[in-house]
Design a protein around this ligand. Structure first.
Ligand code: TXA
Ligand code: MG
Length: 326
């Protein structure tokens, strides 16, 4: 794992305005000192992220939320009490002192207390907030291992803390408590029902006309290879049709990989939602690297614990163009 001297070095880099990639329980983050606008700007440069996309500020504990938000409403206290440290991001009205670079010029701030022990140690030693989007190039698949991060950024990110495979594997749920009714901006591993039970009110769906979280726009989390989600009973047939048309096909099937079909690179995905989420981005990266013309993904179940997975697959498909199956 990560030793004392490595953590000290990472803290020194953050204090000097540099970037540090670090593990969280959801996905790896690409961090900078959130109180240093020039440092946060570097994240946008390295990721190729448009400046209007705000970043989440990671904190060591919920007490620090008061330094970044101008008010912490009762609902935020409840969610923080129940789910922090953990895979939940809460949007609040921002404090005066927060830089526009962090918030993308919005009047709100995204806050999260991550649970990964390396993230916790880094934050505790650093003392301040660490602004960090997912450690991937803009619009691409998030990184769930240190190796993914290194391959994504190469020499552009010198310090990558290796905390092993991210346990959850998909990004945090985002709840907006900055306005009237609480809004779910991005589904995550924590289900809507759990959040609603804790808040005691129903969550509203995001207002389609005014997307507050740019990263939740349709095209996101995409591999380079065109990706299509396919009903299970059509998967083998479509794969074979495409192969017959001369296409190289990669396929992510539920359960064990399918029987050998020449021209198809198969990967198997766990049948339980936790296992599926944990493995999803690594599988997509592997299939993306296989040099195929298309990735077919067998459609997972529609049950609530699969909601965040289905959301990410839909965005991955929207971020690429569908195969012209004829
Ligand atoms: O699990 C996660 O949340 C990971 C780890 C590293 O913490 N982080 C992550 O960050 O997924 P990122 O930047 O890839 O996605 C954060 C999303 C983006 O869609 C961003 O637009 C949105 O949060 N966001 C950030 N600040 C916001 C704000 N003030 N209002 C609305 N949306 C905001
Ligand atoms: Mg991201």
């Amino acid at each position: 794992m990560v030793g004392d001297s490595e953590l000290e070095q990472a803290v020194a880099i953050l204090r000097a305005g540099g970037l540090v990639a670090f593990p969280t329980e959801t996905v790896y983050g690409l961090g900078a000192d959130a109180s240093n606008a020039a440092a946060v700007r570097k994240i946008f440069e390295v990721k190729g992220r448009p400046p209007t996309h705000p970043v989440i500020v990671h904190l060591a504990d919920a007490v620090q939320a008061a330094n970044w938000a101008r008010e912490v409403p009762e609902g935020a206290r409840r969610l923080a009490g129940k789910f922090w440290p953990g895979p939940l991001t809460i949007i609040l009205k921002r404090a005066e002192s927060v830089s526009d670079v962090v918030t993308g010029g919005q009047d709100t701030i995204a806050l999260r207390v991550p649970a990964h022990p390396v993230a916790q140690q880094l934050l505790a030693r650093f003392g301040g907030g660490i602004a960090a989007p997912s450690a991937n190039r803009h619009g691409r698949v998030s990184a769930t291992t240190a190796d993914h991060v290194r391959r994504e950024f190469g020499a552009a990110v010198g310090c990558v803390l290796d905390g092993g495979e991210a346990r959850i594997g998909i990004e945090s749920a985002i709840v907006d408590l900055s306005g009237g009714a609480p809004v779910l901006l991005r589904p995550g591993w924590i289900t809507v029902a759990e959040i609603e039970r804790t808040l005691g009110v129903r969550l509203a769906a995001p207002d389609a006309g005014a997307p507050r979280a740019p990263g939740t726009l349709a095209a996101h989390y995409a591999p380079r290879t065109p990706l299509t989600v396919v009903e299970g009973d059509l998967l083998v047939e479509l794969a074979m049709t495409l192969v017959r048309q001369g296409r190289k096909v990669a396929a992510l099937a539920l359960g064990e990989a399918r029987p050998l079909l020449a021209g198809v690179t198969w990967a198997g995905a766990p049948r339980d939602a936790a296992g599926y989420a944990h493995a999803l981005y690594a599988s997509l990266r592997r299939l993306d690297d296989a040099g195929c013309d298309t990735i077919l993904v067998e459609r997972p179940p529609r049950a609530p614990e699969w909601a965040a997975i289905n959301d990410r697959l839909a965005r991955a498909a929207a971020g690429t163009s569908a195969p012209e199956a004829t």
